[in-house]
Design a protein around this ligand. Structure first.
Ligand SMILES: [Zn+2]
Length: 307
């Protein structure tokens, strides 16, 4: 997740209905995990893939007690802990086809984003995106206060009370990814639901001006990967310890190293994925694993810090 220019010149357009085109084929069932609500625009293919990922997660054994920091990140060492981690952080699943701006309401009215803002709402490079956590809606909510920001899911107005609202939009790459990668994507998005230490007052003001926040720990925002990096120029790196790519790194390393009922191909795949995640962590990873940056702080806050 990143946030860029979401709020430039937001206008409230009373009486203008912005209703997204609905795909004829929409999912009408429910998620296999009881804590997930599927939006009505989710396609059967997307819903099927989320269910497949959750099924995979539940079916495989991991031995988190053998992986450093697994317990601290996920709150336990086994599959129920992973499910508990997701349950705290993921609640609504949106289709990649859904126009996010059409779902935002301020004082129950649709919001008009200018064309430039709409392009800023989407990622520069969309094709490789697994999913996006809309935790930044909480930044917007804080920025428009005292006006009331809500989000429409299944024709209901949802209040955005914290970054833990857990609205996840699937990306184009999610449906074609193998299940162990999909699970990693969901856990990664979960970390974006944590506003660790609260939000800076100055970042609320920056959001109001359409600028990116400077603090990264609220929402664990990504940094641009540096020149020479495989993902140079993309917001696909972490400048902090224990951000979303660190969650990927620990989970995939756990599958690669401790899953006894995973076929060899899954262990090879997750080993490569863990290494890829590690290259996106711009702090010294061996030092992070040694504990030089302290233990992961997995808490979330709605406090506004006075800086
Ligand atoms: Zn991310």
């Amino acid at each position: 997740m990143r946030l860029r220019g979401m709020l430039l010149f937001l206008a409230i357009a009373a009486g203008i209905a912005l209703i997204g085109c609905k795909d004829d084929e929409v999912w009408r069932g429910s998620g296999s995990a009881s804590f997930l609500e599927f939006d009505s625009e989710l396609t059967p293919a997307e819903a099927g893939q989320v269910n497949a990922a959750m099924g995979y997660l539940s079916a495989r054994t991991v031995q988190g007690e053998n992986v450093r920091w697994f317990r601290e990140i996920f709150g336990g060492v086994d599959v129920p802990a992973l499910l508990g981690f997701l349950e705290q952080r993921l609640h609504y699943i949106l289709s990649g086809n859904t126009k996010i701006e059409s779902r935002v309401r301020i004082n129950a009215e649709p919001v008009v984003f200018q064309p430039r803002q709409e392009s800023l709402l989407s990622e520069e490079d969309d094709s490789g995106r697994g999913a996006t956590n809309l935790a930044s809606l909480w930044f917007l909510k804080k920025a428009v206060e005292p006006e009331k920001l809500q989000f429409v899911i299944n024709d209901q107005l949802i209040s955005v009370e914290s970054t833990r609202i857990g609205i996840i939009q699937l990306g184009p790459a999610f449906v074609t990814a193998p299940p162990p990668i999909q699970v990693g994507v969901l856990l990664h998005e979960g970390r974006h639901s944590d506003c660790t230490g609260g939000i800076w007052k100055s970042d609320i003001l920056r959001t109001r001006e359409g600028e990116d926040p400077l603090g990264v720990s609220c929402g664990h925002l990504h940094a641009r990967c540096p020149v020479g990096h495989e993902y140079a120029g993309l917001y696909a790196c972490d400048e902090e310890a224990w951000g979303a790519y660190s969650v990927n790194f620990i989970y995939w390393a756990a599958v690669a190293r401790t899953c006894t009922d995973c076929p060899e191909e899954e262990r090879v795949l997750t080993e490569a994925a863990a290494l890829d995640a590690a290259t996106r962590i711009l702090v010294d990873v061996p030092a992070m694993v040694r504990g030089d940056f302290g233990a992961p702080d997995m808490t979330s806050s709605t406090e506004v810090q006075p800086r």
